[in-house]
Design a protein around this ligand. Structure first.
Ligand SMILES: C[S@@+](CC[C@H](N)C(=O)[O-])C[C@H]1O[C@@H](n2cnc3c(N)ncnc32)[C@H](O)[C@@H]1O
Length: 203
């Protein structure tokens, strides 16, 4: 590792850690769940970066940017894929703008197309295929996305969903559709709040 790479990596790690700690402290003070940033756990974020690094996707979709903690890590895992199309969606413009400033601060903003849009509206109009989709938004709407997600995934595509252990009751029905679909091989990973991973094996 060159000295430049070393300093870049050290800066990135310390930036992410301080972002996580600051937003976590804010979240603890919030009584309304929807006011919280609700970042993925650091372990989960690093797992996402690893999957991005291993899979080397051409097209990535994140649903639920918040202020960009998972987005930063996904972008970090994609930093050697300069032509990647990485879209991250959030319905909340203020959060998306904050995410943009964090991405700029670590020099990864050119890798991410931040969109402010409702996930259902986006998915219903989407005709693109994604190699990697990370879903981390409002769980009660996930079942509405199922058919759109099937259409947006192809052989070798990876779908990852957060909070599947911490909030299993809210996502079990949605996940069962993938588990019972022979086109996918699925795993529940005991990382952070629990990650579900489905890899598409068949068209
Ligand atoms: C759990 S947070 C995402 C956390 C983020 N992945 C991270 O680790 O930093 C969920 C986000 O989804 C967004 N959201 C909720 N409903 C949405 C919808 N229908 N379409 C798009 N984004 C939505 C919220 O505004 C919120 O920022």
């Amino acid at each position: 590792m060159s000295l430049h790479d070393y300093f870049e990596r050290t800066y990135f790690l310390s930036y992410c850690q301080s972002l996580y700690n600051k937003d976590r402290a804010y979240d603890v003070e919030q009584t309304d769940r929807l006011n919280r940033h609700r970042h993925v756990e650091p372990d989960s974020a690093q797992f996402l970066a690893n999957i991005a690094m291993i899979r080397k996707p051409n097209k990535v979709l994140e649903i639920g940017t918040s202020t960009g903690f998972s987005t930063l890590w996904l972008a970090y895992g994609l930093r050697h894929c300069p032509n990647v199309g990485f879209i991250s969606l959030d319905i909340d413009k203020t959060r998306s703008d904050v995410a943009k400033s964090h991405l700029q601060a670590v020099g990864l903003s050119t890798l991410v197309d931040l969109k402010v849009q409702d996930a259902s509206d986006y998915l219903s109009q989407n005709r693109e295929i994604f190699d990697f989709i990370f879903l981390d938004a409002e769980r009660k709407f996930y079942s509405d996305y199922t058919e759109y997600l099937h259409c947006a995934l192809t052989i070798g595509s990876v779908l990852i969903v957060d909070n599947v252990i911490s909030h299993s009751g809210e996502v079990n029905q949605f996940l069962a559709v993938f588990k019972n679909d022979k086109r996918y091989i699925c795993h529940t990973l005991d990382i952070g709040a629990g990650l579900f991973m489905a890899v598409r094996q068949e068209p």
